[in-house]
Design a protein around this ligand. Structure first.
Ligand code: NAD
Length: 253
C-alpha cells in the first residue's frame, strides 16, 4: 500500500525536493504553502503521483490544524507528516525585534508542534508505521553569529523531535528530524549571493560545496520507510560534513 504523506512548506526548496523524492517512491502527497501555488508545484508532482495542494499558514495553530485536516480529507488517511515550513528572519543582534522572534518561533516551532498534534489525533488505531519528520538544521546544534532567533528555534526543533519521540513511542509513532547544512534554495539565495560568501562557506564544508535540495529528499523517504522502523528521536544531519569538521590549521593564502 502506498504511503500518504503531507508536507508543510513544500512548493519550493527542500520541502519540494522531499515531496518529489516521496513521489518517486510511490507515495501520494499533499503539499502546502501559505501562498498560492503559482509556480505549479502540485501540477509538476502530479505528473509523478497523486498530489494535492492545500494553502494554509502554518505559523498559526488554526492553520496547522486546518492543513492536517484538509490533507487527511484529500487522501483518506495520513501515514507521514513532514514539518518543514520554516523561515529565517534574523538581523544584527542589536536590531532584533519581538516581531522577528514571534514570526520565527510561530512557524519554526509552534507550527511543527500543533501540526504534529493534529496528525497524531487523526491516526487510526494500529495504523502501520506512522511517523513525523521535522526539518531542523545544523543550527540545531551549532551556532552562527547574528542568528540567535533562528538558531534557538532550530535548537527547539531538536528537543521537539526528542520529546515527541519519547512521548509518542508507546503509540507506535516514530519522530525524527533532518538537519540540512547549507542548501541552495530561495531561503538561502540572498545570503549566498552576497559577494565573497559562497567561497568562504565552501572552504569550510568538508565536501567542498553547497548542497542542493535533491540531496535532502532521500533522507526523508528513508526515515518514513519500514527500513527505519527502529529509528526514533534522531536528527539525521545532511550537511556535507559541516558538523564533523574541526577548525582547520591550513593557512589562509
Ligand atoms: P524555502 O523558502 O525555499 O521554502 C519554504 C517553503 O515554506 C515554501 O514552500 C514557502 O512557501 C513555505 N512557507 C513559508 N512560510 C510559510 C507559512 N507561514 N506557512 C506555510 N508554508 C510556508 O526554504 P528552504 O530553504 O527550502 O527551507 C525549508 C526548511 O529547511 C526550513 O525549515 C529551513 O529552516 C530548513 N533549512 C534550510 C536550510 C538551507 O540552507 N536552505 C538549511 C537548514 C535548514
Amino acid at each position: 500500500m502506498s504511503q500518504c504523506v503531507a508536507l508543510t512548506g513544500s512548493t519550493t526548496g527542500i520541502g519540494y525536493a522531499m515531496a518529489e523524492a516521496f513521489a518517486r517512491d510511490g507515495a501520494s502527497l499533499v503539499i502546502n504553502s501559505h501562498l498560492s501555488d503559482d509556480g505549479g508545484a502540485a501540477a509538476r508532482l502530479g505528473q509523478l503521483t497523486e498530489c494535492h495542494f492545500v494553502q494554509a499558514d502554518l505559523s498559526t495553530v488554526a492553520g496547522a490544524q486546518g492543513f492536517v485536516a484538509a490533507a487527511r480529507e484529500q487522501l483518506g488517511r495520513l501515514d507521514t507528516l513532514v514539518n518543514n515550513a520554516g523561515t529565517y528572519l534574523d538581523t544584527n543582534f542589536d536590531d532584533l525585534t519581538e516581531a522577528v522572534f514571534d514570526r520565527t518561533f510561530n512557524l519554526n516551532v509552534k507550527g511543527y508542534l500543533f501540526a504534529s498534534q493534529a496528525f497524531v489525533k487523526g491516526l487510526a488505531p494500529g495504523q502501520e508505521n506512522p511517523s513525523i519528520i521535522c526539518t531542523g538544521s545544523t543550527n540545531s546544534l551549532a551556532a552562527e553569529k547574528n542568528s540567535v532567533v533562528y538558531d534557538t528555534s532550530k535548537g527547539a526543533v531538536l528537543m521537539l523531535v526528542r520529546n515527541l519521540a519519547v512521548t509518542l513511542a508507546e503509540r507506535g509513532i516514530r519522530v525524527n528530524g533532518i538537519g540540512p547544512g547549507i542548501v541552495e534554495t530561495p531561503l538561502s539565495a540572498k545570503g549566498l549571493a552576497t559577494p565573497g560568501v559562497r567561497p568562504a562557506l565552501e572552504r569550510q564544508i568538508p565536501l567542498g560545496r553547497i548542497g542542493v535540495p535533491d540531496e535532502i529528499g532521500g533522507a526523508a523517504v528513508f526515515l518514513a520507510s519500514p527500513a527505519a522502523r527502529y529509528i526514533t528521536g534522531q536528527m539525521l544531519y545532511v550537511d556535507g560534513g559541516i558538523l564533523a569538521n574541526q577548525m582547520s590549521w591550513e593557512p589562509v593564502s
